[in-house]
Design a protein around this ligand. Structure first.
Ligand code: VGL
Ligand code: ZN
Length: 202
């Protein structure tokens, strides 16, 4: 079975949002076109408590996009984003919701960030996504969404590590930093992931 994994297509990651990814809105039409071509569509939702420690606002004398050590892990400090229950945390209204069979929320623990849809950044806690996919007989995981160099990238790494044949749909993602995305793609390729375009699936 083939699954389409939609990462964090939420208002705060779209133009006008709190942590807007440049051109993030341009992936949505492609994602909607792709959905009927999969056996299973699953989404992740970045879902932070208001006082999450990945937010620069929770650290005095620190700026947004600075890096700190948070409980032993390197942590980029983000603007407040995807706060539970806010409009910014909602999926884009343009995203077709009807084929999404399950939503995996992440970033809910105030003390640790979670880029991947599978595990937190310390690999301490699982979201259950890998077992869910295995339970549905999924062998191939195709990843799209935002942001290419953070949550999409870390989800791809975990998907590979969990043994799924893993694909990045390149034109169905956008990065925060183009340089970061370049490195991420090289890493994914080196670890056995495939980088494809949506046209190959339509
Ligand atoms: C993300 C930074 C912080 C993402 C989430 O979805 O890529 N990036 N939280
Ligand atoms: Zn976040």
């Amino acid at each position: 079975m083939k699954a389409l994994l939609l990462i964090d297509i939420q208002n705060d990651f779209l133009p006008g949002g709190a942590l807007a990814v440049p051109e993030g809105d341009q992936i949505i039409a492609i994602v909607n076109q792709l959905q009927p071509h999969f056996d299973l569509v699953v989404a992740t939702q970045d879902w932070h408590p208001a006082l999450h420690k990945s937010f620069a606002s929770q650290h005095t004398n620190h700026q947004v996009f600075q890096t700190i050590n948070l409980n032993g892990l390197e942590q980029v400090l983000w603007p407040d984003h995807c706060v539970q229950g806010t409009l910014g945390a909602e999926f884009s209204e343009e995203l077709e919701p009807r084929r999404i069979e399950a939503i995996f929320r992440k970033g809910t623990d105030i003390e640790i960030d979670s880029y991947s849809g599978f595990y937190d950044n310390g690999h301490r806690k699982s979201t259950g996504l890998a077992d869910y996919l295995r339970g549905k007989q999924v062998r191939q995981v195709f990843v799209a969404g935002l942001a290419a160099d953070y949550c999409v990238y870390y989800s791809l790494l975990d998907s590979l590590e969990e043994g799924f044949k893993t694909y990045l749909i390149e034109d169905a993602t956008r990065p925060i930093s183009p340089e970061g995305f370049k490195k991420a793609k090289a890493d994914i390729h080196n670890k056995g992931g495939k980088i494809i375009q949506s046209g190959a699936l339509l």
